[in-house]
Design a binder for this molecule. Structure first.
Ligand code: C2E
Ligand code: CA
Ligand code: CA
Length: 828
């Protein structure tokens, strides 16, 4: 835009002259003030006015005044035309806003120079203004795009807000606070400040306003319209700007809500961590990975756990944690950590510490390594808790599971686990188990009661303890069985000597108690060490073998294959018995019948039924072998039933052959008789087979009475009331007292074969057999002699009035048919 110059003069000549002088410029003319003002209003480009003072209608002064009165004319510069004699006019004109004057008559050069200067000035002023405008817009852009909230207040604002004050607020500020500039100006900052932060903010603000401080920063909260809170970091500073009567100030805001939430979360997590740590039933720690376990941090629980305050352990001030660990665990624990850290796995380890008062305490440590970026262990962290009560409980439990309650010795369970672990460890040296089996002691219980036997077992346990050392460990494997586990003995000889020594030690006690026992020895080798069950079974059969062999004494028996064979044989018999018991058929179970001769009439008047077992693999098994097995396995009850049924059927067979009064006596073992409902089921069977109870005899041994005399006698009474005969078998060798025989509901005494055997070598008068016969008679019983093999015996028995005899002299036990045949010929 080129500047236009307006020449205002009422003299046409002057106008033309000036116009001509300034022909290089764009010149407009006006003949008076009114026309000049019109032109200026219409033409924005007029920037320089050359103004004559003396004019009609509106003179130059009036034009100057008009130009000065309106902002719009600021751009217009005025040069007044004066005369030499009108000096005061020049001053007046300048005062009214003219920028220069030119005296008439106008010199061309002076005019040109002046116009040039002013146009030049005008141009530079314009340029300056333009630059200012540019700067202003840059500032505006920055102001509005800045990532921080900015507000600039010019002039003072009251403490309750910034209302009514000239304030600039950028959009970020609006965003942060959640309100528009207008809202903020209306409400004032105090109202949107969180009440808890207001006091502090106000006090700073006052100081700033009073000039006491130039700026301040604080973290504060604004309340957004929705009630939510925004945390900001705010800096407020006074601005030193020219031309301001009030010092303006600027406020810068940065939204720090996110940081604050993280901080709050962190504080919360720190707080809960510290709550947790202070309530841990033990102590939490952070320590260096060094031999001392140098503690960096130890929670307060340290005192309760160790008896030392945390400070004394941290940094090893008074002692290190390693000092606290019971010495035998120190190296171990180091190795555990080393191994786990190598795998970057956590540690969970129980061990003992020694507390401040010197006592030991079981603790459980759970921790892990903290690694740096290079994978090096930076520290260890974890917790250590008191597990002493659990340990005590565990130990008690283990003690109880490993020991027998009564004797306090290790039990079978522990022996088994020891044997198993030694087998897997392939323990060096010779190993053996020596069992001391005192099962015969059990029979004392029947006579003297449970406590008596228990006391005896305890007494024996104490005696055996003398043989204990770390190579000879004693166990109470069962109620009245003991075992020594021997390790590292030299040879079999040493084993024998040891066993004999034990036997010698026990012998007097057992003798005094009129009982016995057996010692069984099993050597452990590669062949049997794996099967602990087998070992212990062999041990049992060997010791039972010893009991059998030595009968009334205590002796030693080594396990050998013979015993093993016998065990296998026993197993086979057991299997067969079990099969017979469960199935309908009798298989190999059958009876033989041995005739019993009535001496007075010289006629056979009954048979004794003797059972046999025919097993394919073993041939005929005698009752002395299979009955005890049947008793041990309780199979004697169903087997006994089958025997009774066979005997009753034999009675029917006799009947069919015309022998209506011939009897059969059946051997009944104690277990059968003591079984509930024995009498009932027997009578039922008799009824079923329609046998005559008077032809049925039962043979029981004296020992039956030992356990429950009155009850047994009641059962026998009930049976003999039906006509059944009851005989006491093997009389004379048992334990029952003769005085009691009087009350027994029995009919017969079967004098044991040993008394009959003696008749062969003793002088007739010395034998007590005659006494037994007469005693039997006195008690109202009949007497039967068993095992009569020789005529000499028969003669004696006849002489002393024995009622009946049975034995090879008359006949061996016979099969059913042969028995009936025998009867026909003998009784004919
Ligand atoms: P026991 O009741 O004393 O039976 C007599 C045993 O002596 C029978 O042996 C018989 O064969 C044998 N014997 C008979 N006369 C003579 C003789 O003159 N000389 C010799 N040396 N022995 C003779 P067995 O049959 O071997 O029976 C042995 C034991 O087995 C019986 O002794 C009895 O206690 C028991 N027993 C047999 N059968 C049964 C049964 O069915 N049930 C029960 N519970 N036990 C039975
Ligand atoms: Ca018998
Ligand atoms: Ca007998």
């Amino acid at each position: 835009m080129s500047a236009k110059i307006l020449v205002v003069d009422d003299s046409t000549a002057d106008r033309l002259m000036i116009e001509k002088m300034l022909n290089q410029y764009d010149v407009l003319t006006a003949c008076d003030g009114i026309e000049a003002m019109q032109q200026i209003d219409e033409n924005e480009e007029i920037q320089l006015v050359i103004l004559d003072l003396n004019m009609p209608r509106m003179n130059g002064f009036e034009v100057l005044a008009a130009l000065k009165s309106d902002e719009r004319y600021k751009r217009v510069r005025t040069i007044i035309l004066t005369n030499y004699e009108e000096l005061e006019n020049e001053i007046k004109g300048l005062e009214l806003g003219a920028v220069d004057y030119i005296r008439k008559p106008i010199s061309l050069d002076a005019l040109k120079v002046r116009v040039n200067i002013h146009l030049e000035l005008l141009r530079s002023q314009l340029m300056a203004e333009q630059r200012l405008a540019e700067q202003k817009s840059t500032f505006e852009r920055i102001f509005n795009q800045a990532p921080i909230g900015i507000s600039i207040s010019y002039g003072s604002d009251s403490s309750d807000g910034i209302s009514g004050v000239d304030t600039q607020i950028n959009s970020m500020f609006e965003q942060i606070v959640g309100r528009t500039k207008e809202e903020m100006i209306e409400l004032g900052w105090a109202k949107i400040t969180h009440p808890d932060d207001l006091e502090k903010d106000l006090s700073y603000y006052k100081k700033l306003k009073s000039g006491e401080i130039e700026d301040y920063s604080m973290e504060k909260r604004f309340v957004r319209p929705d009630g939510s809170i925004v945390w900001v970091e705010m800096t407020v500073a006074s601005l030193n700007l020219p031309n301001q009567k009030e010092i303006p100030h600027i406020a810068l805001l940065k939204d720090i809500t996110r940081r604050k939430t993280i901080e709050a979360d962190l504080i919360e997590s720190e707080r809960s961590k510290s709550v947790l740590l202070s309530h841990i039933p033990g102590m939490a720690y952070r320590c260096n990975y060094d031999r001392e376990w140098t503690m960096q941090y130890v929670s307060a629980g340290c005192f309760e756990l160790t008896g030392y305050p945390s400070e004394s352990i941290i940094g090893n001030r008074d002692l290190s944690f390693n000092d606290l660990i019971a010495p035998e665990y120190r190296a171990f624990l180091w190795d555990v950590w080393k191994e786990r850290l190598a795998k970057r796995e956590p540690v969970k380890q129980e061990y003992e510490i020694v507390t401040a008062d010197g006592t030991r305490k079981w603790v459980l440590e759970m921790g892990e390594g903290i690694f740096d970026e290079k994978g090096r262990v930076e520290a260890l962290e974890g917790i250590i808790i008191d597990i002493s009560s659990r340990k005590k409980f565990e130990n008690d439990l283990r003690y109880r599971s490993e020991h027998d309650n009564w004797t306090g010795l290790y039990n079978r369970h522990y022996l088994e686990s020891l044997l198993e672990s030694d087998a897997s460890k392939r323990a060096a040296g010779k190993r053996a188990i020596v069992s001391i089996n005192l099962s015969p002691v059990q029979s004392l219980t029947a006579t003297y009661g449970f406590h008596y036997t228990q006391d005896l077992v305890k007494k024996i346990a104490d005696m055996l303890t003398q043989f204990c050392n770390d190579k000879q460990i004693l166990f109470n494997t069962y109620e009245n069985r003991f075992a020594f586990y021997l390790k590292g003995y030299k040879d079999k000889n040493e084993l024998t000597n040891f066993s004999i020594a034990v036997a010698k030690q026990l012998e007097p006690v057992l003798l005094m108690e009129r009982t016995s026992g057996g010692i069984g020895v099993v050597e452990i080798d590669e062949g049997n060490e794996k099967d602990v069950d087998l070992l212990l079974r062999r041990l049992l059969i060997t010791s039972e073998k010893a009991i059998d062999i030595y009968d009334r004494d205590i002796g030693v028996c080594f396990y050998n294959e013979e015993i093993e064979k016998q065990m296998i044989r026993e197993q086979e018999i057991t299997l067969e018995l079990a099969k017979i018991s469960t199935e309908q058929e009798d298989y190999g179970l059958f009876l033989q019948y041995q005739p019993i001769l009535d001496l007075k009439s010289d006629r056979i008047n009954s048979f004794e039924a003797l059972s046999r077992l025919n097993i394919d693999k073993l041939g005929i098994v005698p009752p002395l072998e299979f009955i005890p097995i049947a008793e041990k396995t309780k199979l004697v009850v169903p087997i006994g039933r089958k025997i009774i049924l066979q005997a009753l059927r034999f009675l029917n067979e006799l009947k069919r052959n015309g022998h209506r009064s011939i009897g059969v006596s059946i051997n009944i073992s104690a277990i059968q008789l003591l079984r509930d409902g024995f009498a009932g089921s027997l009578l039922e069977m008799i009824e079923q087979t329609q046998a005559n109870p008077k032809n049925v005899g039962l043979e029981i041994t004296e020992s039956v009475f030992a356990s429950n005399h009155d009850e047994i006698n009641r059962i026998l009474g009930r049976l003999s009331d039906t006509g059944i005969h009851i005989a006491i078998d093997d009389f004379g060798i048992g334990y029952s007292s003769l005085a009691r025989e009087r009350d027994l509901n029995v009919n017969c005494l079967k004098i044991d074969k040993s008394f009959i055997d003696r008749l062969m070598y003793l002088e007739t008068d010395d034998a007590i057999t005659s006494d037994i016969i007469s005693m039997a008679h006195k008690l109202g019983h009949c007497a039967i002699a068993e095992g009569v093999e020789h005529e000499k015996q028969r003669e004696y028995l006849e002489k002393w009035g024995c009622d009946k005899i049975q034995g090879y002299l008359i006949s061996r036990p016979l099969d059913e048919k042969a028995a009936i045949e025998f009867l026909k010929t003998y009784n004919h």
